[in-house]
Design a protein around this ligand. Structure first.
Ligand SMILES: C[S@@+](CC[C@H](N)C(=O)[O-])C[C@H]1O[C@@H](n2cnc3c(N)ncnc32)[C@H](O)[C@@H]1O
Length: 213
């Protein structure tokens, strides 16, 4: 399944930044609205993709390790982010992370956990990588949107057909419980709608801020 996801993103990488995508854009806006302790911090970004958020993190952080398993997405990110404070490492974030234990101040992940069936290993790796007091910020497609059939999808420019690839349903409590089970505490949870949306419409995104005690 992981191969299907990484090869889909290799294919999507050529157009990911160009094609309108409300979820990507709201997620980037939400990340920028957080008061995360990024200044001078050691940051790990899970699923950096084409580097839209890596570029933001690179301006503030002392060091960013950007992780992604798609060569194509990471190649795009490298063209966007040229900073000696950022290193890109290709890896599957469900497997061991190429970082030392207890070295990170902040772990950030936007729109990546949708592609991961079992969340526990990811939270366990993040917990290990963080220093005590370190924070993890997660921003994902809201389960209410997933229930309506929304998922990551892109159009193959050659065929004009939508490309379907693995995505997994996660209840809001799945994120919370996966984090709590490895020792995180929840310090904040929010739901985010489009600017032109109202309270009776399902939120587009869910965010959590976790802390390692
Ligand atoms: C929707 S994109 C989000 C990219 C970026 N965070 C953003 O918000 O624009 C999801 C990214 O997660 C990566 N990804 C998905 N599953 C992964 C895994 N198990 N390990 C590493 N990267 C993964 C994909 O390759 C892709 O670049």
């Amino acid at each position: 399944m992981a191969d299907k996801v990484s090869s889909a993103y290799n294919q999507w990488s050529a157009t990911y930044d160009q094609v309108a995508n409300k979820t990507r854009d709201l997620s980037a806006k939400v990340l920028r609205s957080q008061s995360l302790p990024l200044n001078g911090a050691t940051v790990i970004e899970m699923g950096c993709g084409t580097g839209l958020n890596t570029a933001y993190l690179a301006v503030l952080a002392g060091h960013v390790t950007a992780l992604d398993f798609s060569e194509g997405m990471m190649a795009q990110a490298k063209t966007k982010v040229a900073s000696d404070r950022v290193i890109f490492k290709q890896c599957d974030i469900t497997q061991g992370w190429p970082v030392s234990d207890q070295t990170a101040d902040v772990v950030v992940g936007n729109l990546v956990l949708e592609h991961i069936a079992d969340l526990s290993p990811v939270f366990a790796h993040a917990f290990r990588a963080l220093k005590p007091g370190g924070q993890m910020f997660v921003c994902e497609l809201h389960s209410a949107k997933q229930m309506l059939g929304k998922k990551a999808v892109f159009t193959d420019t050659a065929t004009g057909q939508d490309v379907d690839f693995p995505a997994y349903f996660h209840d809001v409590s799945d994120y919370a419980n996966a984090a709590l089970s490895v020792g995180f505490q929840i310090v904040q949870m929010n739901e985010w709608r489009d600017d032109d949306s109202n309270k009776m419409e399902p939120p587009r995104l869910i965010t959590f801020r976790f802390v390692k005690p």
